[in-house]
Ligand binder design. Structure first.
Ligand code: DGJ
Length: 378
């Protein structure tokens, strides 16, 4: 009879009531199911993190089962953990909801990816940026969305979405190239490379008037409080780094093009010892590839590539993960955690989290596989 009870409960009340509270955990287990305080697998993919009020807040894409989960059916999910924990996460609910109004930019069924939240001390607002694709238009819109809230967990109010810095020249484009006259012409792309003979700046010129594309993205706030939007632009061929204004809700017009023609996605930035580090990926859709890394003395570059940071077996697939964020350990300055996704697009909700401590080989950040590890031991 005892073993019949769960089945009876399931039939009577449905599955959610059976999820038992999870006892406190001490280990991160990359690739395993990761239960929140209610015993549910954490649902915050393509995540970003905010340190605020003695807690770390995790924001990510709420996925649903099946292929439908690759489209935003719900919105952005939020979790919190004590600063000195990082293993046990409390479900804080849906921070930003997609809209039931089919005319909204964030209509249910749009693509809303890689949300990142920062706190703006001047306005007292929490600001969320995300990659937005309009419903029914595949990945062609390549917009950025922004929303604000009075509390970290929301609710967030959607402000607007659009392309980036229309009509603005990047700071690192030589003066003689700042003209559309005789500018290189774009051709169709096939995969992650430029058609032979095509100038690698061609998509930048194509989008100059209407604004630059932005897909995979992160937001980085520097020690001086300035915030930067880092995004895969120009049909994913080139990344751009754009300064945000002092409310963090708009771009100032200052930006640079970096890693021209290198087809990088999944950007994450962190700062150690006065240097800026970048971890990202190549462009192979949901399938994992060899990660990229780079270092610079200034956020504006020049950036020096350091190669694939992953080490050991499955390094060529970054331990079957794609970067989404590098989390500075809240209590241990100079200690960083790589946060990546192992995507499962056929059943999006089942995506796993690959978190690994960042180790160092001289100036190079490296990622060694670990079946389990404890943030407390870093
Ligand atoms: C890879 C990106 O990093 C993801 O965020 C998502 O956009 C997929 N591509 C879609 O194929």
């Amino acid at each position: 009879m005892r073993h019949l009870l769960p089945a009876l409960l399931l039939l009577t009340f449905g599955a959610p009531l059976l999820a038992a509270p999870t006892p406190p955990q001490t280990l991160v287990r990359p690739g395993e199911l990761w239960e929140d305080n209610n015993g549910n697998h954490i649902n915050a993919h393509g995540g970003g993190f905010l340190r605020y009020g003695g807690k770390v807040w995790w924001f990510g894409e709420h996925k649903v089962p099946g292929d439908a989960g690759n489209y935003a059916q719900v919105g952005v999910h939020c979790y919190s953990s004590d600063e000195d924990d990082l293993v046990n996460w409390k479900d804080e609910g849906i921070a930003l909801r997609v809209s039931d109004d089919p005319k909204s930019d964030i209509a249910k069924g749009c693509i809303l990816e890689r949300p990142k939240v920062v706190f703006n001390a001047k306005t007292g607002k929490f600001v969320m940026w995300f990659h937005l694709e309009l419903k029914g238009k595949g990945y062609s819109a390549a917009r950025s969305g922004v929303a604000v809230a009075d509390r970290p967990e929301g609710p967030y109010t959607f402000l607007r979405s659009g392309r980036i810095n229309p009509g603005k020249w990047p700071e690192n484009l030589p003066a003689e190239k700042r003209t559309l006259e005789g500018a290189p012409k774009s051709q169709g792309l096939s995969g992650s490379w430029f058609p032979e003979g095509m100038d690698k700046a061609a998509f930048f010129y194509r989008d100059f008037k209407g604004g630059q594309m932005a897909r995979d993205m992160t937001i980085f706030v520097d020690d001086d409080g300035k915030a930067y939007h880092v995004y895969a632009s120009e049909e994913n061929g080139t990344l751009q780094i754009a300064e945000l204004d002092d409310t963090y809700t708009a771009h100032t017009g200052r930006y640079v093009r970096v890693f021209e023609g290198r087809f990088m996605e999944a950007p994450a930035i962190f700062k150690k010892g006065g240097k800026y580090y970048f971890i990202g990926s190549g462009c192979t859709g949901w399938a994992p590839n060899a990660a990229r890394s780079a270092v610079a003395d200034s956020i504006w570059g020049p950036w020096k590539e350091l190669g694939n940071p992953a080490r050991g077996e499955n390094a060529d697939k970054t331990h079957y993960s794609q970067s989404t964020y590098v989390l500075p350990h809240p209590k241990k300055p100079g200690v960083f955690i790589y946060c990546g996704d192992r995507w499962t697009p056929k059943n999006a909700i089942d995506g796993r989290y690959i978190w690994l401590p960042i180790e160092w080989e001289g100036e190079k950040p490296v990622l060694n596989w670990k079946y389990s590890w404890a943030p407390a031991d870093l």
